[in-house]
Structure formats: structure tokens, C-alpha cells
Design a protein around this ligand. Sequence first.
Ligand code: PLP
Length: 285
Amino acid sequence: MSIAYLDGAYLPLEEAKISPLDRGFLFGDGIYEVVPSYAGNMVGFAPHIARMKNGLAAVGINLDWSEADWADLCNRLIKENGAGNLGIYLHVSRGADTKRFHGFPENIAPTVFAFAFEIAPPPVADKALVHSYKVSTDRDLRWERCHIKSTALLGNVLHFQQGYKQGHGETLLFNANNELTEASACNAFIVKDGIVSTPPLDNQLLPGITRHIVLDVLRQDGTIPVEERTVTMDEVASADEVWITSSSKEIAPVIEIDGVAVGNGEVGDVWLAAQALYTAGKFNY
Ligand code: PLP
């Protein structure tokens, strides 16, 4: 049984209960994070917490927690839940009101909820072992604040489901100008002629921690050029490799898009090199 945290108490997940008037429940009025942890070692803890603080500030939720407070919570959940391959889910909503009203209530305390769930073992840099993805595409119909990691994920859920119902593991999203934004729960990269490219950070995509680590380890290594720039639908269609990245997937190769093979349809050499660098460097973040 998983041990969760809710508003100051550690308790079995099944016993954690919130008010139906919690604004996270009524409006999706909250911010969340998922921090991966392997054998008790978290990846990207500080940048995850920094992103959470940015998100809370962006939506005006005042929670006076330091990075050390979050570290205590995460370490306790790791201890309580067995220190295996864990995703640590952190969630702060604006809190429970006494009525349903859109305006921010005054003097309510944010609801803080967290739990740990099992994730797959981290991918290894091995073409034969990696889980590759077949994906769909869709016009990105989410809101224009995708840089905020909001718990209001219905737009993402609908895009994910569109691919999932076709047997696909993700959906790549393109804006009205046919430019790649990201995927429903991942950032996206292409490789062409040995150059790795990913869309620049703006309001159309989440500033992924995995994206950040991938760019950083590649730049530090210096052998594979990387670019943050607009990536068009045509470039995705003619890419040699396409990757999706997230905290639980790390770098996942995409081998088919809408039923059409990416490149030669096989996991690529640049993925292999990038995942090896990621594996070697990820615990430095
Ligand atoms: N983009 C979206 C929409 C996501 O939901 C996620 C992760 O949940 C990501 C990108 C990847 O972010 P990270 O690498 O921080 O897990």
C-alpha cells in the first residue's frame, strides 16, 4: 500500500480525502510536479521544485515552502514507499473554499498532496532493449499557458486519448502554423543530419526538466550539435530520428508517426549516444 502525504499527515493513499469544494477538484486550480527517483536518488529535484515555485507564482498560489521542505517530503515518501523506481507526485491546489466562486478566495490555505507511484526502470542506452514509440499527430488545441504545469490537464488528456485509442503511446502536437509544440505529456525533439533540434521555450510548451537535462548533457559533451528553434511539420516528417522526453521516459525514440516510419524505422544512433550521456549525467541534476 502506498503512503501518501496530505496537508501535514502521512497516511495510506486510500485514506487521503479532500473536500469536493477544493478548487483543484472544481477548477483544476493547482500546480503539480512528478520527480523521478531510482533507488532513493532523485533526478532533477532542484529544477523540478524551481518549476513548481514558478508555476505557483504564475497563478498566485501562496505556499511558503522552501526547497528543504520539499526535500523532506520527497525523502520521507521514498523511505515509506520502498525506494524502488518511483515517480513522486507533488500537487498544490489553491485550497478548499466554502462555495463555488471563480475569484480567488482570501485566507484559505493551499492543499498540499503528494504520493509515490511505481515507474518503469530507467531506459538503458541499448537499441535492443529500449521501448520505442508509435505516435499520432494532432493540432494543438490546448490553452496558451502551456508553460505552466497546471493540474488542469483535460486538453492534454484529450490529445493523449486521441493517439491512445489508435494504439499509440503519444500524440505529437502542432500549432496553427504547422510548427511542432510538444506531445501531450512529453517534450519533442528531431534529429536531422546529426543535428538535434527542439522547439524553443515559450507559452506553447512545458519547460521540461528532461528536455533541459538532455540539452545540457549534449552541450557539455559537445560532439552532437543542438538547436532550440522552430521545428515544422515537414521537418518532423522528414527527420532521421524523433524523440519524446519526460521524467519517467527519459529519452524515448519514436519510430512511427501516423503509421509512417521515422527515418529508416529503426531506433537511431544519435538516440543511443544521447541516452548514454543522459544516463551518465542525470544524477548531477
Ligand atoms: N510536456 C508536458 C505537457 C508534460 O506533461 C510533461 C511531463 O509531464 C513534459 C512535457 C515533460 O516534462 P518533464 O521532462 O519535466 O517530465
